[in-house]
Design a protein around this ligand. Structure first.
Ligand SMILES: [Fe+2]
Ligand SMILES: [Fe+2]
Length: 200
């Protein structure tokens, strides 16, 4: 049986997948920006939306440097991440909890992109596509910076504000007495009472 696919073919395939992912993300980021309450978070999403439009353009340059036509191939991975983000936006959370969830959704997308660009760069290096390496590295740097910005916003206040809003004075143990608000308990982690129940 003849296997004719090469690393070059796989590389072009990954580029097409990533090109499509970036296009999907331009739409998703504008929704994330609109859903954000914190002005700094909205700015971060809007800034990264502009950068993402640049990522699409940069991938077109990469295709050109390889004498390939810029063409996308549906990226199921990012579509799933975006789908989850949409489901979160439909939840009835308080404003800061929603912001914390939007950050979580955004960071999932950034990490997916970082993984994709990491591979693309390594493969381009192995095959000696130096122009492609330079272009892809510029985008990877922006993905990393966007991810760090989101961490900064989460850890610099949004997470704590959300935590304070959800449990004004009580400590966690009291959750065992009465079931916590379902939207909260089922989201991020199993509650203490859930794990008790499953152990019996
Ligand atoms: Fe991107
Ligand atoms: Fe990104």
């Amino acid at each position: 049986m003849a296997d004719t696919g090469t690393l070059h073919d796989a590389f072009i395939d990954e580029l097409r997948d990533t090109y499509d992912a970036e296009k999907q993300l331009t739409k998703a980021l504008s929704k994330l920006a609109k859903a954000a309450s914190n002005p700094d978070l909205r700015d971060a999403f809007e800034t990264h939306l502009e950068e993402t439009q640049g990522h699409v353009a940069r991938l077109e340059q990469v295709f050109e440097s390889l004498d390939e036509r810029a063409r996308g191939k549906h990226c199921d991975g990012i579509a799933g991440i975006i789908e989850e983000g949409k489901a979160i936006m439909e939840e009835d959370f308080d404003d800061t909890t929603m912001d914390a969830c939007l950050i979580a959704a955004g960071q999932r997308a950034e990490h997916y992109e970082m993984a994709a660009y990491g591979t693309l760069i390594a493969w381009a290096e192995a095959m000696g596509h130096t122009d492609a390496v330079t272009l892809l590295q510029q985008t990877l740097d922006e993905e990393k910076a966007a991810d760090q910005k989101l961490s900064q916003l989460a850890e610099g206040g949004i997470n704590q504000e959300a935590a304070d809003a959800s449990s004004p004075d009580e400590d966690e143990d009291e959750d065992e007495e009465k079931p916590a608000a379902p939207s909260r308990a089922t989201r991020s982690r199993p509650s203490a009472s859930d794990s008790k129940r499953s152990r019996r």
